[in-house]
Design a protein around this ligand. Structure first.
Ligand code: CDV
Length: 311
């Protein structure tokens, strides 16, 4: 048996602070058309794909912050992506900053959607693991204020029946937490799509800067193998507003093997034929969850976070 789906990781190079969404959408459309010529059915864009990675700045004016957010999806500016999905019969994953206006104040999420080959939204995920800090820390060469500008996602880790399989979604820092992949794996994910923006320099632990590419692939490959799922990791890469973002976009099979990888740090397609039936190689033969898991011994995993070791 085989259930192949051709997937493209659509890495994006840097997006300037003053680059309008229309210009980014144009870049995405070029990649979609290029992907169509190669038979791609699902294309995966990065985290916060419509703008520069704005959490690197401490902004006091909320109006200035909100300018990076979307209140509707599709909007007039993003509609061409949905039209292209339908025209090209190509689904997509798109990360963006989502603002939800409400009577008790606006809510802000780091979000991604899954759009099918008819151009319809069939899945949505709001980033759960938010890295960084809440307050301005002027000692840093750049900020990482995701914990100031977003709240943790309220939709859990879900699986969506789409593209003939079970699709899970996560965003950037989620990939470093095994729980992300395990929950998606337990729900039956056959492919997990993950966009990211990862600065090469990590101010709290600069001694690990040279390990950024290694850690990126380490967690993506481990997540794939340990849960018998395909994984698609997609970077926003290159020098963006003076900040060096790693590339390394890749597609990983359920054995944990990287089958396709980006060569540069600009706009680039990474394509692979992903046979979803290959998940069985691991799920039936190595990690049969029903047979081999020992959840009675895993209670600390779901205990409140305050019960973890003090650092
Ligand atoms: N956008 C991110 O979530 N970036 C984090 C960095 C800050 C560590 C990451 O996990 O790649």
């Amino acid at each position: 048996m085989s259930r192949p789906i051709k997937i493209a990781a659509a890495q994006l190079g840097p997006i300037a602070r003053d680059e309008p969404r229309s210009a980014v959408v144009k870049r995405c459309l070029i990649l979609m058309h290029e992907a169509k010529a190669k038979g791609v059915e699902l294309i995966v864009f990065p985290e916060l794909a419509l703008t520069t990675f704005f959490p690197r700045w401490y902004l006091e004016d909320q109006t200035e912050v909100d300018a990076f957010f979307e209140t509707e999806m599709p909007s007039a500016e993003t509609q061409p992506l949905f039209d292209a999905a339908k025209e090209l019969s190509m689904g997509f994953y798109l990360g963006y900053a989502e603002r939800v206006p409400g009577e008790e104040g606006d809510r802000h999420f780091n979000t991604t959607i899954l759009v099918d080959q008819q151009g319809e939204i069939v899945g949505k995920y709001r980033k759960i693991h938010l890295p960084g800090h809440e307050e301005n820390e002027p000692w840093r060469p750049f900020q990482h204020l995701e914990r100031r500008y977003f709240e943790s996602g309220d939709m859990g880790f879900q699986i969506f029946d789409a593209f003939g399989g079970k699709v899970g979604m996560a965003i950037c820092n989620d990939r470093r937490w095994p729980e992300t992949f395990r929950v998606l794996g337990l729900k039956g994910a056959e492919v997990v799509l993950i966009g990211y923006n990862t600065p090469r320099h990590y101010p709290p632990a600069p001694e690990h800067d040279h390990l950024q590419d290694f850690h990126n692939h380490l967690v993506l490959q481990a997540g794939a193998y340990q849960n018998g799922t395909w994984v698609v990791g997609v970077a926003k890469a290159g020098i963006e507003e003076g900040c060096d973002l790693i590339g390394g976009s890749c597609i990983i099979d359920p054995t944990g093997t990287i089958v396709a990888k980006a060569e540069g740090v600009g706009d680039e397609l990474v394509i692979a034929d992903c046979d979803l039936d290959r998940c069985d190689e691991i799920r039936k033969k190595i990690f049969d969850f029903r047979r081999y898991r020992e959840p009675d011994n895993y209670a600390p995993i779901t205990a409140p976070k305050e019960t973890g070791p003090k650092q």
